[in-house]
Design a protein around this ligand. Structure first.
Ligand code: FAD
Ligand code: FES
Length: 282
C-alpha cells in the first residue's frame, strides 16, 4: 500500500487570465479562472475579505483580496501596480498563466451584523476589499437595515469602480456619497476629505446598531476613526483590514505578525478595538 502523502499547502493551482479591465491610473482588474475544473469547484464559497496568495512565475508571490462570492459570477482581482509582483501581473495577457493558493484569512463576519445598519467608508483603492462586503450586503439586503457608502478619491479620475458605483446608487435602500480632494471642470459633487461627507446637510449617519467598515490609506483611516469616534462609534463597531507583508499565508513563517496576532490567519479583518490592543500604529 502506498503511504498517504499530505497535501502541500504551498503548491499553487494554475489559473488562466481571461481579460483585463483598466480601472484608474496604475489599477487594473484581472478576470481569471482555474485551469482545472476541479480546482474551480473546490474554490467556491469564500467569505468577503478573504485573500489568496498569487504566484507570478519568475517574479514572486503576493496576497490579493478575493472578489465577492458567489454573487458576481466571475473571479477577479483588482490590483495597483507598486512593485515587482504587481508589475508582472500587469504585464500578463489573456491566456497567460499564474498560480493561486487559498483562500486564506478570516474575512468579514457578515452574518454577525444581521439586523444592523452598515456604513462603508473607503478611500481610493480601499474600496477593493469593501466591494465584496457591499455586494454581499446587497445580495442579502433583507438582513440589514440602512446601507450607506462613503467614498473619497484624490480626483474624479481616481474614483474606483465607477460602473458599480452607479449601480449601487440606483439600488433601493442604498445611500452613496462621493467626494474628491481636487475637483475638475466636470465635477459638481463634494470636494473635501471623506469625513467631510458625514457633516453634509441631508446626511444622517446612524450610530446605534451600526457597523462602520473603514478601508483606505493610513492618513485617511486615522481621520475617519477620529470622526467616527466623535460621532459616538465605539471601537468594537469599527472594522477594517490590515495589510502586512506575507510569505506563507498560513500562520507558519511569522512575517505578518503584529503583537500576538498573525494577520494572515487572525486577520486581515480586525475591529478597531483589536487593532488598538495590538498596539498597531496605522
Ligand atoms: C490581505 C491582503 C490583501 C491585499 N489585497 C490587495 C488587492 O486586492 N489589490 C492590491 O492592489 N493590493 C492588495 N494588497 C497589497 C499587495 O499584496 C501588495 O501591493 C503587493 O504584495 C506588492 O507586491 P510587489 O512585489 O508588486 O511590490 P514590492 O516590490 O513588494 O513593493 C514595492 C514598493 O511598494 C510598496 N508597497 C507594497 N505594498 C504596497 C501597497 N499595498 N500600497 C502602497 N505601496 C506598497 C513597498 O513598500 C515598496 O516600496 C493586499 C495585501 C494584503 C496583506
Ligand atoms: S504570512 Fe506567514 S505567518 Fe502570516
Amino acid at each position: 500500500m502506498r503511504p498517504e502523502v499530505a497535501e502541500n499547502v504551498y503548491l499553487p493551482r494554475i489559473a488562466v487570465l481571461d481579460r483585463v479591465v483598466d480601472e484608474i491610473q496604475d489599477v487594473k482588474t484581472f478576470y481569471w479562472h482555474f485551469e482545472d475544473p476541479a480546482d474551480r469547484e473546490a474554490f467556491k464559497g469564500f467569505r468577503p475579505g478573504q485573500f489568496v496568495q498569487v504566484t507570478l512565475f519568475g517574479a514572486g508571490e503576493m496576497p490579493l483580496s478575493l472578489p465577492p462570492s458567489p454573487t458576481e459570477g466571475e473571479t477577479f482581482f483588482t490590483v495597483r501596480r507598486v512593485g515587482s509582483c504587481t508589475e508582472a501581473l500587469h504585464g500578463l495577457r489573456p491566456g497567460d498563466k499564474f498560480g493561486v493558493r487559498g483562500p486564506y484569512g478570516n474575512g468579514f463576519p457578515m452574518e454577525s451584523f444581521h439586523g444592523k445598519n452598515l456604513v462603508f467608508v473607503a478611500g481610493g483603492i480601499g474600496l477593493i476589499p469593501l466591494r465584496s462586503c457591499i455586494v454581499y450586503a446587497l445580495a442579502h439586503r433583507e438582513k440589514y437595515r440602512r446601507i450607506q457608502i462613503f467614498l473619497g478619491a484624490r480626483t474624479p479620475r481616481d474614483l474606483m469602480y465607477r460602473d458599480k458605483l452607479r449601480e449601487w446608487e440606483r439600488s433601493a435602500g442604498v445611500e452613496c456619497y462621493l467626494t474628491v480632494d481636487r475637483a475638475d471642470e466636470g465635477w459638481a459633487g463634494n470636494v473635501g476629505v471623506v469625513g467631510s461627507l458625514f457633516k453634509k446637510p441631508g446626511v444622517e449617519v446612524p450610530v446605534e446598531d451600526t457597523v462602520a467598515f473603514v478601508c483606505g490609506p493610513p492618513v485617511m483611516f486615522r481621520f475617519v476613526i477620529r470622526d467616527l469616534a466623535g460621532m459616538g462609534f465605539s471601537e468594537e463597531s469599527i472594522i477594517s483590514t490590515l495589510e502586512r507583508y506575507m510569505k506563507c499565508g498560513v500562520g507558519k513563517c511569522g512575517h505578518c505578525c503584529i503583537g500576538v496576532a498573525y494577520v494572515c490567519v487572525d486577520g486581515p479583518v480586525f475591529s478597531y478595538r483589536q487593532i488598538s490592543k495590538l498596539g498597531e500604529d496605522i
